[in-house]
Design a protein around this ligand. Structure first.
Ligand code: FEO
Length: 395
């Protein structure tokens, strides 16, 4: 695929990773892209690079426009290897005059590549860099989602290079938001936020407030993954604003794993109790639902009810793994409850509750345990648990 023109002097020159299906534990069912951009000004500037294995794609796309050796500056918005893996080779090839990065970025680049001879230039918010006809200004976005992350803004084009923010894992030959169905964009953007940015929601909230406060006009958002938002950047900004406020949609999830279907029977009755209270509910069996897809559902949910059988005085491994993953992302403002069947000890419910309390969920019940196989009175208790969660949602 050729380079793609974004504006008069700015091109997409990144790489498409059609086959990646696992991104450190996040299932990338539609592949991904590593977006890099070329600004053809008096100072020719490359914004970000790609994963090292795809560097030839980057070089070949740049070469369609200009000899890579003529590039003057490289901007590194974020050091993670999917965007900087190709950097050492690109620096060797280009011999740039400047490598522009945040203060933390310089530190991270030195720690990744151990190159004291590179021409680091610290980007300072408020101190613009002129490329000739274009001006770059910088926003510090520390911990969104790495300590060194920053955004680069092209003043004349009102174009924001937003690093990982507003991105999505989506491999496609289309490069722009208006070329892909909004449902797919929202699906993948939700998954990206849920699995990468949930933990940093308070910072996202502050960033959006800051962007509004300084009146930054944005005509186009060019993230490091997925499509460029040229027609509807507000769709991405409004979604981030909503997610960062952890409001929930008033719905519930029953997330469970089961050994011999007793916990599953309980899950169905808990869901029935929630429905009795008029609550929209989804049942998610961890045997079939990937943890990163479950996190997409968790992002917008208001109540999480966890069910798990007890195995060897603990949790089933899939639930234990899911909880470790979810605890790391720390979703906020959820109502919680737990249930599960057991044979002779029955610690699972206690462990589920402890996990939810650690995440500061509002746990509304001590939890429901059933020995071996639930009988009808146990199933009625499950319905009552669902109803209790449903009532808590209305309060
Ligand atoms: Fe897409 Fe944080 O790297």
């Amino acid at each position: 695929m050729n380079p793609i023109k974004l504006t008069e002097k700015i091109y997409w020159v990144g790489a498409i990773d059609w086959n990646v299906r696992d991104f450190h534990g996040y299932s990338t069912n539609r592949g991904t892209t590593y977006n890099a951009y070329l600004i053809m000004d008096e100072k020719i500037t490359l914004v970000d690079t790609v994963k090292s294995s795809l560097k030839d794609d980057l070089i070949s796309r740049i070469s369609e426009i200009v000899d890579p050796k003529k590039i003057d500056y490289i901007v590194v918005n974020h050091v993670e290897m999917d965007h900087s893996g190709a950097l050492p080779d690109m620096v060797d090839l280009i011999q740039p005059e400047k490598i522009i990065c945040s203060k933390m970025g310089e530190k991270a680049l030195r720690q990744h590549f151990h190159r004291d001879d590179w021409p680091y230039e610290i980007a300072v918010p408020g101190e613009d860099i002129s490329l000739g006809s274009k001006t770059l200004s910088f926003l510090e976005t520390r911990m969104l989602h790495w300590p060194d992350s920053m955004f680069t803004y092209v003043v004349e084009d009102k174009l924001l290079f937003s690093s990982d923010a507003f991105g999505m894992h989506l491999a496609s030959s289309e490069r722009f938001d208006d070329e892909i169905s909004p449902a797919i964009l929202m699906d993948e953007m939700t998954k990206y936020y849920a699995n990468i940015l949930t933990l940093y929601s308070p910072l996202v909230k502050k960033l959006i407030a800051k962007v509004q406060e300084i009146g930054l006009e944005i005509d186009m958002i060019a993230p490091d993954h997925g499509v460029v938002w040229r027609s509807n950047p507000m769709m991405a900004i409004e979604a981030y604003d909503r997610w960062s406020r952890n409001e929930g949609k008033g719905n519930a999830l029953v997330i469970y794993d089961t050994m011999w279907h007793s916990t599953e029977k309980m899950a169905k009755e808990v869901a029935a109790g929630l429905q009795d209270e008029g609550v929209s509910v989804k049942l998610l069996n961890l045997r079939y639902c990937h943890r990163s897809d479950v996190m997409s559902e968790v992002l917008d949910a208001s109540a999480i009810v966890l069910g798990c059988s007890t195995l060897n005085n603990g949790l089933l491994p899939r639930m234990a793994g899911f909880l470790m993953y979810m605890r790391g992302l720390r979703p906020a403002n959820k109502i919680g409850a737990a249930f599960g069947s057991f044979g002779w000890s029955g610690e699972a419910v206690k462990l589920l509750n402890a996990s939810m309390e650690e995440m500061k969920f509002d746990v509304v019940d001590d939890g429901l345990k059933v020995k071996y196989v639930p009988e009808s009175c146990d199933l009625s208790d499950c319905v009552a648990l669902g109803r209790k969660v449903g009532q808590a949602l209305k309060n």
